[in-house]
Design a protein around this ligand. Structure first.
Ligand code: LHQ
Length: 271
């Protein structure tokens, strides 16, 4: 039997306790997203979301890339004239990248992006949609869209100004320059940078910490921060009161307070 090619399976999934790691596995094309990889990723995210034993997901890439965005050689982009019609690109963004961004922003557990190499185009924004971004020192981020006549997608237009401010968002998106991991960290796009060899252990340690915290409260924190962004202060305060009122009655909140008072580690329940 012949040995399978290294990227014969588009996605690898590993589970260690409450942490599920999803690894994009098309290393020869820098894990760019064709239809098959996109579908596999959505299915893997659905499976992790449905499994209540999973309390944190890590998203990473095989090889020297994290994800180079849309697979520009995907036949779905080809037309007789050699270019994709505006309509088909619009549909692709609607059918693939918008659901992917929404899935991550509404995911029922924290999601850590472990950026192992170049993250370009929708691949960069895939990482930036995650709750915590940890990057290998050799990783980089490129808003590659302008070079092919497009705008940032997969949530980029919404995310970038919120993460780095309008001026930097425009600089990144218009110029499409490569941002090294440490520059990305200095701008606030990345939480932590580590040596390349340390990336899996660093991501696993962060994921284990997140998995031990009350999942519901972590997810509500993300949702409230995102929602508050579109609200005025009185509305944001009302939102906080509403969510806090609900979480305050939860078993996790009771357990956290009891553990504090009894000076013992908290044991949070299932999500
Ligand atoms: C690739 C790709 C790739 C296929 C590297 N596709 N093969 C939404 C809707 C519809 C349409 C368009 O897009 C979108 C959203 C988007 O994501 S738009 C942005 C799409 N991505 C890009 O424009 C990035 C294209 N890639 C690059 O600019 C470079 O590859 C980067 C800067 C990421 C890495 O450069 P290098 O380290 O020099 O690597 P390389 O260019 O030699 O790539 C290695 C291989 O990966 C190579 O294949 P080969 O067979 O020659 O070894 C590339 O063709 C392949 N590859 N990105 N997106």
């Amino acid at each position: 039997m012949s040995t399978p090619a290294p990227d014969a399976v588009p996605l690898k999934v590993d589970t260690h306790g409450p942490v599920r790691t999803i690894t994009l596995n098309r290393p020869r094309a820098l894990n760019s997203l064709n239809g098959e990889l996109h579908a596999a990723l959505m299915l893997a995210l659905d499976a992790a979301a449905a499994d209540t034993a999973i309390r944190c997901v890590v998203l990473t890439g095989e090889g020297r890339g994290f994800c180079a965005g849309q697979d520009l050689a995907d036949p779905v982009l080809a037309t007789d004239g050699g270019g994709a019609s505006t309509e088909s690109i619009g549909r692709l963004v609607e059918e693939r990248y918008a659901p992917l961004a929404m899935r991550l922003r509404q995911f029922p557990t924290p999601v850590v992006a472990a950026v192992n190499g170049v993250a370009a185009g929708a691949g960069a924004n895939l990482a930036l949609n995650c709750d915590i971004v940890v990057a290998a020192r050799s990783a980089s981020f490129i808003q590659a869209f302008s070079k092919i006549g497009l705008i940032p997608d997969c949530g980029g237009t919404w995310l970038l100004p919120r993460l780095v401010g309008r001026g930097r968002a425009l600089g990144l998106a218009l110029l499409g320059d490569r941002l090294e991991a440490e520059q990305a960290q200095a701008m606030g796009l990345v939480w932590q940078v580590c040596d390349d060899a340390e990336l899996p252990a660093t991501a696993a340690a962060l994921a284990a910490r997140l998995a031990a915290l009350p999942t519901g409260a972590l997810v509500e924190t993300r949702l409230a921060i995102d929602e508050a962004d579109g609200l005025d202060l009185p509305s944001a305060l009302a939102l906080e009161a509403r969510v806090q009122g609900r979480l305050g009655r939860s078993d996790d909140c009771r357990e956290g307070v009891s553990a504090f008072l009894e000076r013992r580690p908290a044991r949070f329940g299932s999500r």
